[in-house]
Design a binder for this molecule. Structure first.
Ligand SMILES: Cc1cc2nc3c(=O)[nH]c(=O)nc-3n(C[C@H](O)[C@H](O)[C@H](O)COP(=O)(O)O)c2cc1C
Length: 146
């Protein structure tokens, strides 16, 4: 809604490109593409009331009904500061809920998920959030190649 999750998606894509791979960035609202020739996918959502958004949930459900199969699915979210430390109070995050959903749907969600922190309810992102996202991707791709 405020562009923070999109910024993380773009940072992820930038790192994937920097590693020499092709990547397509799209909104969850655009649905699952007909052409599914990618090796892996990232699905992100802002955390709203400790959950993922409707479009992100719908995307995961549609992906499970597509020909995606068990290719890796990497989940990410944006969260408020302190959420990970005070899980009981906040009740979880979008990527964690997406991961549970994806598992239940027979998809292959990767653990750990990626969290990016916003500094206030509507953002902006923490200063090093995109750097952290890129580091997460870099490490993943190294494992993926190994
Ligand atoms: C109505 C509302 C509810 C929210 N609930 C949570 C929450 O439960 N946990 C959390 O970490 N952040 C919560 N946030 C903050 C969001 O995580 C933040 O707005 C979002 O990550 C920004 O991403 P976006 O710019 O992509 O929309 C909430 C924000 C709004 C506006």
């Amino acid at each position: 809604m405020y562009g923070n999750t999109k910024m993380i998606a773009e940072a992820i894509a930038e790192q994937i490109r920097a590693e020499g791979h092709e990547v397509v960035v799209q909104s969850a609202k655009d649905g699952v593409p007909d052409k599914l020739d990618a090796d892996f996918a990232f699905l992100g959502s802002p955390t709203r009331m400790a959950k993922m958004t409707g479009p992100a949930k719908k995307f995961a459900k549609r992906l499970s009904k597509s020909a995606w199969g068990n290719r890796p699915l990497f989940l990410f979210d944006t969260i408020m500061p302190g959420v990970l430390e005070e899980k009981g109070r906040w009740g979880g995050t979008a990527a964690e809920k997406l991961s549970e959903l994806a598992k239940g749907l027979g998809l292959n969600p990767h653990s750990p998920v990626l969290h990016a922190t916003v500094t206030a309810m509507k953002g902006p992102l923490e200063k090093d959030a995109t750097i952290k996202a890129k580091a997460y991707v870099k490490e993943l791709l190294e494992t993926f190649h190994a």
